[in-house]
Unconditional design. Structure first.
Length: 300
């Protein structure tokens, strides 16, 4: 936990660009999740039994847009047509801008058909934003993407807590209050467009790169894992009982162990090599069964 650059994270403008975008998207998501059928009934005069399919249609369209938008975004990046920053901003701001525009139409729509079509297009446009802010965590800080995702989603969830109270207040005096509900949603999205366009980035941030001491620690750890240590007890010889620690590097393969093709002297220290001709000594590579059954062998 101490190695996580908390100060850099909470003061990073690209991080806040993601948070603002997440809040804006979450506002409309929770608005429709909680109130879409109520809106269709109160403002449009539709029967709930007849509006189930229409209520699901905007999100079905969004699912298709998410798939197509993701493929297009990856194509633009992989073929170096646009930079990562440009792709994220275009898709996020384009998606949010389209959603905000169609939310305005929903707010002032006077017919059922116009309102439903505008609602479908609004939610559909939001699918492009998934290729913007929603994957932007991996661009700016892949090492801390989980932390950033939790941070931004936590703030975004506040929209789900606030939206029902605001909606209830606006619509308490009649169906005309839905106009204010969708105007506010449009305004929030325009705010998200502006903030993200100015402060978002698709480049790896300096604070997200590993420090030199962390890189060295990782390298040392990897090297240690490639080595194995054995302890052997030499009984007799020159009259002394001695325990030697021998470093063997790299590890042999299974075939080498079974077929006895691994030279005992490979990778063994100079002093350890002196024990090669001792009957009590076995590397465990040239004669694996002898090493395993030898009482003088201690493996670690």
């Amino acid at each position: 936990m101490s190695s996580i650059p908390w100060k850099a994270i909470i003061t990073s403008k690209p991080v806040y660009a993601i948070i603002v975008a997440n809040f804006a998207r979450s506002w409309t998501f929770y608005l429709l999740l909680q109130n879409q059928l109520t809106y269709m009934k109160e403002a449009l005069g539709m029967k709930i039994n007849d509006s189930g399919f229409l209520a699901a249609l905007p999100h079905a369209v969004m699912g298709i847009v998410v798939l197509g938008g993701g493929q297009l975004a990856d194509y633009l990046r992989s073929h170096k047509i646009l930079s990562t920053t440009a792709v994220r901003k275009i898709f996020n701001c384009g998606g949010f801008g389209g959603e905000a525009f169609f939310m305005l139409i929903v707010a002032y729509a006077s017919s059922e058909k116009t309102a439903v079509i505008a609602l479908i297009l609004a939610v559909g446009c939001s699918g492009f934003a998934i290729s913007g802010f929603n994957v932007n965590h991996l661009d700016i800080a892949p090492r801390y993407a989980a932390i950033l995702m939790g941070f931004s989603n936590g703030i975004g969830t506040l929209a789900g807590l606030t939206c029902p109270f605001v909606t209830e207040k606006f619509t308490a005096r009649g169906a005309h209050g839905w106009e204010k509900v969708f105007l506010l949603a449009s305004l929030i999205h325009f705010t998200g467009v502006t903030f993200y366009a100015i402060f978002a980035s698709g480049e790896l941030q300096d604070w997200a790169e590993p420090k030199e001491d962390e890189e060295q620690w990782a390298t040392d750890t990897f090297v240690r894992k490639q080595c194995v240590f054995f302890s052997y007890t030499n009984v007799g010889g020159y009259g002394a009982t001695d325990t030697q620690q021998i470093r063997v590097e790299p590890l042999p393969s299974i075939d080498q162990l079974h077929n006895g093709r691994y030279a005992a002297s490979e990778g063994i220290s100079t002093r350890g090599a002196a024990y090669q001709n001792n009957p009590s000594y076995s590397s465990g590579f040239g004669n694996a069964p002898t090493a395993i059954g030898n009482d003088n062998y201690q493996g670690y």
